[in-house]
Design a binder for this molecule. Structure first.
Ligand SMILES: Cc1ncc(COP(=O)(O)O)c(C=O)c1O
Length: 291
């Protein structure tokens, strides 16, 4: 039985309990992170915990742990779950109080801190060779999608719309502009140039997106600018990225092929560069405290 971390203790996931009065449950008053572990090493640890610190600051909730403490908590969690490859999910809620008041509790309450380890989704070589399919959907989320909030109902409905259409992802469009996927960042390649929309309150600043952009600058020009839905459909390549999946090719959008309908050459280069980055990082500490 997998072990999870809940408020300072490691317990069997089956036995973990939180109160129905928890504000995460009642209001979605909580933020989260997801980060992969490759070969027993957390990947992009600092980037994920800088983003968690930012999400917490934006919702005016004190970070219950330093980066060092988070590192120690999660290191022990994945060791207890057998190490190797997996992903870690962690969530911090504003805690519980008796009653149901939208405004923050008047008396300080302890945040709820939860973390669990899960197997990484598997993408076979055949999946990668065929590429994924996506549909486009209109944005109906709130105005602060840069906060990694657990209030994900709109994203849930969008992903289900994609699933109902037999597609893997829903690409979100607002006022004719492509923003991101329901749980991924989006890129296109046009005439050899890699393009992704700028960070704003409309998208989550993706850790994998930033890593992909740094890697791509070695092999192709990069532009950070808005992308129209017409450009998406006419692109030579479309990619999506997320921590548990790194970068994946999208070869069909709204039922029509992208480019040649196969993963393109720019994707194959980037995917190789990602593999090389993991190998370079293997054996180095996942986090070292600043001097
Ligand atoms: C809406 C949204 N955009 C982008 C991403 C990608 O972010 P990351 O690469 O840090 O996983 C996610 C990941 O969960 C997401 O939910």
């Amino acid at each position: 039985m997998p072990q999870c971390y809940l408020n300072g203790e490691y317990v069997a996931l089956r036995d973990a309990r939180i109160s129905p009065l928890d504000r995460g449950f009642l209001f979605g008053d909580s933020v989260y992170e997801v980060l992969p572990v490759f070969d027993g090493r957390m990947f992009l640890f600092r980037e994920h915990f800088d983003r968690l610190a930012r999400s917490l600051r934006e919702i005016r909730l004190e970070n219950p742990h330093t980066h060092e403490e988070w590192h120690a908590i999660l290191q022990q969690l994945f060791v207890r779950n057998g190490g190797g490859d997996m992903y870690l999910y962690l969530q911090v809620t504003r805690g519980m109080e008796f009653g149901r008041n939208h405004a923050f509790p008047l008396v300080p309450v302890k945040p709820t801190v939860f973390a669990m380890a899960s197997p990484l989704p598997v993408f076979t070589d055949e999946d990668r060779a065929a590429g994924l399919s996506a549909i486009t959907v209109q944005d109906f989320r709130w105005g602060r999608c840069d906060i990694k909030s657990t209030a994900l109902l709109a994203n849930v409905l969008m992903k289900q719309q994609a699933a109902d259409a037999g597609a893997n992802e829903a690409i979100i469009v607002r006022d004719g502009e492509v923003l991101e996927g329901s749980s991924t960042s989006v890129f296109i390649v046009v005439n050899g140039v890699l393009v992704t929309p700028p960070n704003s309150h409309r998208i989550l600043p993706g850790t994998t997106r930033d890593a992909a952009l740094s890697l791509a600058t070695d092999s192709m020009p990069v532009e950070i600018r808005s992308i129209s839905i017409d450009e998406l459909r006419a692109a030579d390549e479309v990619w999506i990225s997320a921590a548990t999946r790194d970068v994946l090719p999208v070869t069909r959008v709204d039922g029509a092929p992208i480019g040649a309908g196969r993963p393109g050459p720019a994707y194959l280069r980037l995917s190789e560069a990602f593999g090389a980055l993991r190998q370079r990082l293997a054996g180095t500490p996942a986090y070292t405290a600043p001097e």
